[in-house]
Write a protein that binds this ligand. Sequence first.
Ligand code: B16
Ligand code: MG
Length: 226
Amino acid sequence: MKGVLFDLDGVIADTSIYHFQAWRKLIKDHFSLNLPNELEQQTKGVSRADSLKAILNFLNINVSKEQFEQLAAEKNQTYQKLLNNLTPKDILPGIQKLINDFKSHDVKLSLASASLNAPLILEKLDLRQDFDAIANPNEVKLGKPAPDIFLQAAKEIDVQPKDCVGIEDSIAGINAINSAGSLSIGVGEKEELNKAKLLFPTTADLNYSQIEMAWEQASAKLDNFE
Ligand code: B16
Ligand code: MG
């Protein structure tokens, strides 16, 4: 295990609350409609444009290309205002310890978030210096569930994806890690997350030794196979 590829929203901090609050406000202000909660899960880990497409699709709303761009920009303005409230206290339980454990075992850290706001968020959480790299979603072709952002995050730390574990809370993200050929670690209790090779109910349950053990078991299986 030479690298760890971290998702951000839902793993490092609960920014999904702010994302959804911003989407809710946008849809209320422009279309006087209330967004149902089920859309929160569907937009987790999904890029800004793909989230807006999913929301408009769900509500059966058609907009011009210009209006689409404007809506996405307005959502981001609201989201960034909400991010002003973010401090290191918002780091989810167990994450700082896990980061420290990876670092003390010389495992490189790379961020594989779909969010263009990721560098800003890591700064606000005072975690920027802990990461060796942040993959830029603008530099990859396809969003999660495609593996691209995880492949890019591994490349940025010069580690083969097969030598990395990826940590995710979204279904799209777990599929992306599996397709990238890294070992997937899921966080959450949703049944759909069962495609993760190792699953922890919450971030507070994440545990370096268990991850290392799962890693060793997976490598042993591969060795036997070869
Ligand atoms: P932005 P992750 C994702 O972050 C969020 O889960 C998703 O809700 C959001 O639409 C996406 O980032 C894009 O974020 O609008 O800030 O570029 O889970 O991949 O860390
Ligand atoms: Mg996430």
